[in-house]
Design a binder for this molecule. Structure first.
Ligand code: PXG
Ligand code: PLP
Length: 445
């Protein structure tokens, strides 16, 4: 059905790669091969230009092949390609840690580097359990996630995650319970935050009544759920989660792998929604996706607790870390990415252009009866489509393939299409993306 790019790959080569989160059989019959990328566009193996409607995988808000990042990476490869992550250091990780803190809400200023969002979530959850143990509260081990949440592909991430398809094959995970999601009937087609739905935070009180706060280490939520299709928090909802966590001595973790560093038109989701958690996890935009890197950022009191109870100062305060923690090339890319966001005023740009984006996205309302909801915040949008013949994932797939044929990359997952254009997207690009999407939806609507 979709555009088949010419490729010199052999069937054996195609078969050898078990692709991530991909329908391998479908892909390998009809491969969509991307050859190069620059600015807001990919070029496929046939030389077609394809607009990047999801900024990579929510990674490349600055667009592709950004000269400042390319240069920083090239220089770093030539000067220090790798430096051991344990017991020795290099200057750029400390510089980047300070720069990341500068984007974080006040008080979140201790940065633990990882290689991905999934590792960042693992780090946050391990530190949460260890923190309570250090405080003499070692029974606080359970976690509360949320329905429709995505927290990566690790055993811990799938446990607290709430997308059923990502859980059903894997058996027992960490002991975790799930708050209801916040897609409340009657709030469809809300622009930005819905006025109702805040009361769904009250379920946390029921969970505390059931399990007791003495057994609960942390609540983890995405301030805005990305993977499940851009589920924006209702007004007052995150504030209420914060209040309940404070009242019951439970850590609040915001998983900001998608929302940190500009996507929301703010430095973080925390800043956008006005609620400060105890821990923020991040990845993706920190290096503009150029080199894998993630981080978990902790409030200082958590870090100090480990330092104060660490024993002799040559001892590890926490036995945790990754071979690629604070990788020097990732740090160089991170410094250049965050400096570019600042020097080009991109957070302000996303904030200013968000109403324009909102207008285009919501113009799709009524284009087809198949569209049952449209949601947006910052430079992100999710469109829910009615299931065809009991197959909720089919129509989004058909629409995304039709978009690829037309020269637009959009993400499909579950019953949604997701959009997240680069921070520098022009209004004319928004307009043509939405026009093309309207046509594709009508074709399959
Ligand atoms: N937490 C959140 C909130 C994420 O969005 C992860 C953790 C895991 O990060 P890594 O780097 O381990 O993949 C993510 C990643 C999509 C999509 O289309 C989203 C993600 C990954 C792939 C696709 O929404 N999010
Ligand atoms: N497995 C083995 C056998 C290892 O030696 C290591 C790291 O040294 C790992 C897994 C973890 O790898 P990483 O530090 O890249 O997460």
């Amino acid at each position: 059905m979709s555009h088949i790019a010419k490729t010199n790959l052999t069937q054996a080569q195609l078969d050898a790669h078990w692709m991530a989160y991909t329908g391998n059989r479908e892909f390998k019959k009809d491969p969509r091969i991307i050859s190069t990328a620059s600015g807001h566009y990919y070029t496929d193996a046939d030389g077609r230009q394809i607009f990047d409607g999801l900024s990579g995988l929510w990674t490349c808000g600055l667009g592709h092949s950004v000269p400042a990042i390319n240069e920083a990476v090239a220089n770093q490869v030539k000067t220090l390609d790798y430096s051991p992550a344990f017991q020795f250091g290099h200057e750029k990780s400390f510089q980047l840690a300070e720069k990341i803190s500068d984007f974080m809400p006040a008080g979140l200023n201790r940065v633990f580097f990882t290689g991905s969002g999934s590792e960042s979530v693992d780090t946050a959850l391990k530190v949460a359990r260890a923190y309570w143990r250090k405080k003499g509260l070692g029974t606080k081990t359970k976690f509360i996630g949320r329905a429709k949440g995505y927290h990566g592909a690790g055993i811990s991430g799938f446990s607290v995650g709430g997308i059923p398809a990502n859980r059903i094959l894997y058996g027992q995970g960490l002991e975790s319970y799930h708050l209801p999601h916040t897609q409340v009937p009657g709030t469809e087609f809300s622009k930005g935050m819905a006025d109702t739905g805040k009361e769904r935070a009250e379920d946390l009180l029921n969970m505390i009544a059931m399990h007791d706060a003495s057994n609960i280490a942390a609540v983890i939520v995405e301030p805005m759920s990305g993977s499940a299709g851009v589920i924006v928090p209702p007004k007052g909802y995150l504030q209420r989660l914060r209040e309940i966590c404070d009242q019951h001595n439970i850590l609040l973790i915001f998983d900001e792998v998608i929302t940190a560093f500009g996507r929301m038109g703010a430095q973080s989701g925390s800043e956008a929604f006005g609620v400060t958690p105890d821990v923020i996890t991040m990845a993706k935009q920190v290096t503009n996706g150029v080199i894998p890197m993630g981080a978990a950022v902790f409030k200082q009191e958590i870090y100090d607790t480990f330092m104060d109870t660490g024993g002799a100062d040559y001892m590890l305060e926490i036995p945790h870390g990754y071979t690629y923690s604070a990788h020097p090339i990732a740090c160089a890319a991170g410094l250049a990415s965050l400096e570019t966001i600042r020097s080009q005023g991109l957070i302000e740009r996303v904030n200013q252009m968000s109403p324009v984006w909102e207008k285009y996205v919501h113009s799709l309302k009524g284009a087809s009866d198949a569209i049952t909801d449209i949601r947006n915040y910052g430079f992100a949008a999710g469109i829910t489509l009615a299931a065809v013949d009991g197959e909720p994932a089919k129509r989004p797939y058909q629409i995304a393939m039709s978009m690829w044929d037309k020269g637009y990359y959009v993400r499909y997952g579950g019953d949604t299409i997701q959009l997240a254009p680069p921070f520098t997207t022009e209004e004319s690009e928004m307009s043509s993306l939405i026009d093309a999407l309207g046509e594709s939806i009508k074709k399959f609507g």
